[in-house]
Design a protein around this ligand. Sequence first.
Ligand SMILES: *Cc1c(COP(=O)(O)O)cnc(C)c1O
Length: 235
Amino acid sequence: MFIAYEEFVRRADVVRAQIAAACATSGRDPATVELLAVTKTHPVTAADYAARYGLRGVGENRVQEAAEKRPVCAAPALRWELIGHLQSNKAKLAATHFDRVQSVDSDKLLNHLDRAAAELGKILPVLLQINAGRDPAKFGAELEEAPRLLELALTKKNLRIDGLMTIAPLGATPAEAADHAQRTFTQLRALRDELAARFQAPLRELSMGMSGDLAPAIAAGSTQVRVGSALYGAR
Ligand SMILES: *Cc1c(COP(=O)(O)O)cnc(C)c1O
């Protein structure tokens, strides 16, 4: 049995309070940090709850799963964002079913998504996923590759480059995880500032922070936290 809406509201209120507290600590306006509800593996009800609560978007990590849920979602205005790894042969499907793709980490994917968006007659917003924590277990472009990847991305007429996304490496202990998170998010923020200046591109969105590490992400400048388990329970 999936959680009741009242339970979701309790959890979402807690997450929003955490966001507000992290913003207060770093002197930021909570309105500058979006809460993206990560609904992967959960029934479409999870997306309906998010919309009813007033959230604007949901994150999914598989194209097929979102393609099945989105048509039966009760909230037509909800934004769907792809946050999981994308294979280039699924670029057309992703461009069809998502409002934004956050996991763009290669030339090949940029080429395929741009062509797919052109065929669909749309401009597809994307984020470049950067492996800012240098985690061998994570997808994402290496930090050194980022300038070249962005340079290519900015030539794509059917893509709009909104910013950067990253996932912090896991830690063996909470202290190690906190240290990784702090380093990773600071690194992504510095990279964004450097790229924005060098390419004269705003790169406004910094998608970083999840249920376990949203405070250090907000301290480093996150504009969107992607939260699953704190809203819906364990997967
Ligand atoms: C699953 C997932 C999340 C949400 O993780 P939680 O720990 O459940 O909050 C965020 N970002 C990405 C890329 C994910 O795959």
